[in-house]
Write a protein that binds this ligand. Structure first.
Ligand SMILES: [Fe+2]
Length: 421
């Protein structure tokens, strides 16, 4: 039996073993608190997209772990990620989900901060002596972006974003290359699904190619999609560990055997404007882009790019999370965007058919893991048939738990690392 007390440090190597992980990792409040400090307040976390703050002084409220943050664009165009907490007495300074302002004024005592975090002023100046207080909004020390995806880290040093993303970076490039203008936007707004489940269950599910035929059986039957064939033991789709907890579901063997735009559930005839724009913009390279489609990419620890929609996983408590979803919009592709927005709403929107199935599974798993037995979760599927690619990364079949093991590998590395920022 595994007991954890505040005296004995938690032995994560004993709890996350490669072929199985312990149920307490999903339920223990002490472990949840350590995940915040060792993962969410240290490594690179996806915050938002530059298109959400396109104009100078735009801002949007986001989260890093359980922390409320504001992502801002200052008047010079630079992006900042600020803790949403007045440096004076601790009140939330920004109460709006998004907006445009050069400054944030705390309603409690009127302290005002520039959108860079710097203190501009405060009422009744004589109370603090000559120089005044030097209290700014806390600003995350490292903010970087790739293809407009903004990541931030609370650690002052460590790997660069490029080092963190590794081979996952080129999958963001593939996503953007499907725009005739080479850029995407996340401009549809986000829907937040509140789930009574641990955040890791949400991440694991999007990396899980085993469940669709079963959890989504009724959707597949009702919509007559090709999804059942993609997620079968005869599927040519493969699952790739990309290192650092990231993983890719490689769908291209299927799409390269199909007409262009199969990934969009469409064809060149049904999206003639888009196909024309892409051929004008990319020339000879348009065929490859239109055939290959976007990636199915998991980015440790809180982002999933699922072809046409994006999911972000926000932890709130050991058994409470929010899954934020939005549709990818490719700049200069209005007919494609209309179609993919409809698809996204149908699959993961307010009454999204796939998300409803998954949410039910997450909450049932959370209930099951809270019970006394069984104590272990098995993640060994495909271990015996995995191969290793030229970079030393595991490659499995689509129904194998290769992507889930990739997550746990990075989890264990961070939870057992010596230094904590
Ligand atoms: Fe699912």
């Amino acid at each position: 039996m595994h007991t954890t007390t505040s005296q004995a440090p938690i032995d994560y190597r004993d709890l996350a073993r490669g072929d199985r992980v312990h149920g307490s990792l999903y339920t223990n409040p002490e472990i949840f608190a350590e995940e915040m400090s060792r993962i969410f307040y240290r490594t690179w976390i996806f915050v938002g997209h530059t298109s959400e703050i396109a104009a100078p002084n735009d801002y949007v409220r986001k989260s890093i772990g359980t922390q409320d943050v504001i992502m801002t664009r200052d008047r010079d165009g630079d992006i900042h990620v600020l803790l949403n907490r007045c440096a004076h007495r601790g009140s939330i300074v920004c109460n709006e989900p998004r907006g445009n302002s050069s400054a944030f004024r705390c309603p409690y005592h009127g302290w005002t901060f520039r959108n860079t975090g710097d203190l501009i002023g405060y009422p009744f100046r004589q109370g603090y002596g000559e120089s005044g207080p030097e209290l700014n909004l806390a600003s995350l020390p490292r903010v970087a972006s790739h293809q407009g995806f903004v990541f931030a880290s609370m650690a002052t040093d460590g790997p660069t974003l490029a080092e963190h993303l590794g081979p996952a970076a080129e999958e963001f490039d593939r996503l953007a290359s499907l725009s005739p203008e080479g850029e995407i936007s996340l401009s549809c707004g986000w829907i937040g699904h509140r789930l009574n489940a641990n955040w890791k269950l949400l991440f694991e599910n999007d990396a899980d190619g085993y469940h669709p035929q079963f959890a989504h059986r009724s959707v597949i039957a009702a919509t007559n999609t090709h999804i059942g064939d993609l997620y079968s033991d005869r599927s040519p789709v493969t699952a790739h560990d990309l290192g650092h907890g990231h993983s890719l579901r490689e769908m291209r063997p299927v799409y390269r055997d199909s007409p262009p735009l199969s990934w969009a559930g469409a064809s060149e005839e049904r999206l003639p404007d888009y196909a024309t724009q892409m051929r004008a913009a990319l020339g000879d390279r348009a065929d490859v882009a239109l055939t290959d489609g976007p990636p199915n990419l998991m980015v440790f620890p809180n982002l999933a790019i699922m072809d046409i929609h994006i999911s972000v996983f926000q932890p709130l408590a050991p058994d409470l999370s929010v899954q934020h979803v939005t549709a990818v919009q490719w700049n200069g592709a209005p007919d494609l965007n209309r179609r993919e927005l409809q698809q996204t709403v149908a699959s993961v929107g307010p009454a999204g058919m796939f998300l409803a199935d998954d949410a039910e599974m997450h909450e049932r798993v959370q209930q099951g893991l809270a019970m006394r037995e069984p104590e272990w979760v098995d993640v060994s599927r495909g271990l015996l048939r995995e191969r290793t690619d030229e970079h030393g990364h595991a490659v499995g079949s689509v129904t194998d738990e290769t992507g889930i093991r990739a997550f746990w590998h990075e989890y264990l590395r961070l939870m057992t690392a010596e230094e904590v920022a």
